[in-house]
Design a protein around this ligand. Structure first.
Ligand code: NCD
Length: 338
């Protein structure tokens, strides 16, 4: 695809070569993300960060990524703080705010809303999650993490064996990840969820049409026995009609160190888009996994900055100019303070 000036709304807009381009630009962002070098390639550029649903890491990592490229961030959070609360349409908001920014990252509770907003925007819009639909930058950072985690083990994305566990009906990260995996070869996906929270049928069909094996299961232990990755998700309680309904499913699939040791192959990588629900009634990924070196959840969040830097650099067409606007720094602190 042509990245320059494009919206990033769904992973279905990518071909495999596009994903590889994003990953190779992300690799080149490492010295900047680790603050060994600074670049001013986006000096003067403004990111409109518009998050109309709760978000910590996605919002902050989009902002950090933009700052690390030398740009500035303007934030709008929550409907109550925006003119949408006065009845303004997405069209009008997009026309106005795209006049104040060079690129927009947006999250909204309604599926399709970010695309609707983008259609009226004068600048590129990146989907930071639209309801239960898609979360393309998360799927990219998840796949980038999978690639890096498996690189030293003689395994790659082709031939990947992955179990996705939890709320597969409303979890937009797993929707996008499955669609992205359709670009690769010979993937085995085990979809573990309560019957009522199964992966939407059309996404399962897409996996099979891509030549992948897609199995659905309600049994955690058997499903995680022969996989490279266990990708756990939280029950998306905000998508249920009531808290009581979400409570029916919370805590159904819990992975802890004992279950991991008994059932997983050694070195199975554990992932989660976060936030994990650490309340007693949920605990889909127990805190006792925190010292497990295969717990990749915080490497995922670090990789998110690299991938989002790559998306900004590509969409704003500066990927090849980053180094020309850079210098080394001498205040780099990592390792110096123990
Ligand atoms: C996810 C999301 O918002 O879809 N979080 C994130 O962006 N990392 C997953 C979730 O909220 O459960």
């Amino acid at each position: 695809m042509q990245f320059a000036g494009s919206h990033i709304l769904s992973v279905t807009q990518f071909e495999r070569a596009d994903v590889e381009t994003i990953f190779s630009v992300a690799d080149r962002m490492e010295p900047y993300a680790h603050r060994r070098r600074v670049t001013k390639v986006l000096d003067g550029a403004i990111l409109g960060s518009m998050f109309f649903e709760p978000s910590t890491r996605t919002r902050v990592s989009f902002g950090s990524a933009f700052n690390l490229l030398g740009g500035e961030v303007r934030e709008t959070t929550g409907f109550e703080n925006s003119a949408i609360a006065k009845g303004e349409s997405l069209y009008d908001t997009a026309r106005v705010l795209s006049g104040y920014s060079d690129v927009i990252a947006m999250r909204h509770p309604a599926a399709g809303s970010v695309a609707e907003f983008a259609a009226a925007s004068r600048v590129p819009v990146i989907n930071g999650g639209d309801g239960a639909n898609e979360h393309p930058s998360q799927a990219l950072l998840d796949l980038y993490t999978i690639k890096k985690e498996l690189a030293g083990r003689g395994r790659g994305i082709d031939g990947l064996r992955i179990a996705m566990v939890g709320d597969l009906r409303y979890g937009r990260t797993v929707h996008s990840l499955c669609k992205l995996l359709c670009l690769f070869d010979r993937v085995q996906v085990v979809l573990v969820s309560p019957q009522e929270l199964r992966m939407p049928g059309e996404i399962v069909e897409d996996l099979r049409a891509a030549g992948h094996e897609a199995l659905e299961s309600e049994a955690l232990e058997a499903s995680i026995a022969h996989v490279d990755i266990v990708y756990s998700t939280r029950i998306q309680e905000e998508r249920f009609s009531s808290q009581q309904e979400a409570d029916l499913y919370r805590g159904r699939f819990r992975l802890n160190q004992t279950i991991y040791t008994e059932h997983c192959e050694p070195n199975t990588v554990i992932m989660h888009p976060l936030p994990r629900d650490s309340r007693e009634t949920a605990r889909e990924l127990d805190d006792d996994l925190n010292d497990n070196p295969n717990l990749a959840i915080f490497r995922q969040t670090d990789n998110g900055v690299l991938v989002r830097m790559a998306l900004f650099a590509l969409v704003l067409d500066v990927a090849d100019e980053v180094d020309a606007h850079a210098r080394d720094v001498n205040w780099y602190t990592a390792g110096r303070f123990g």
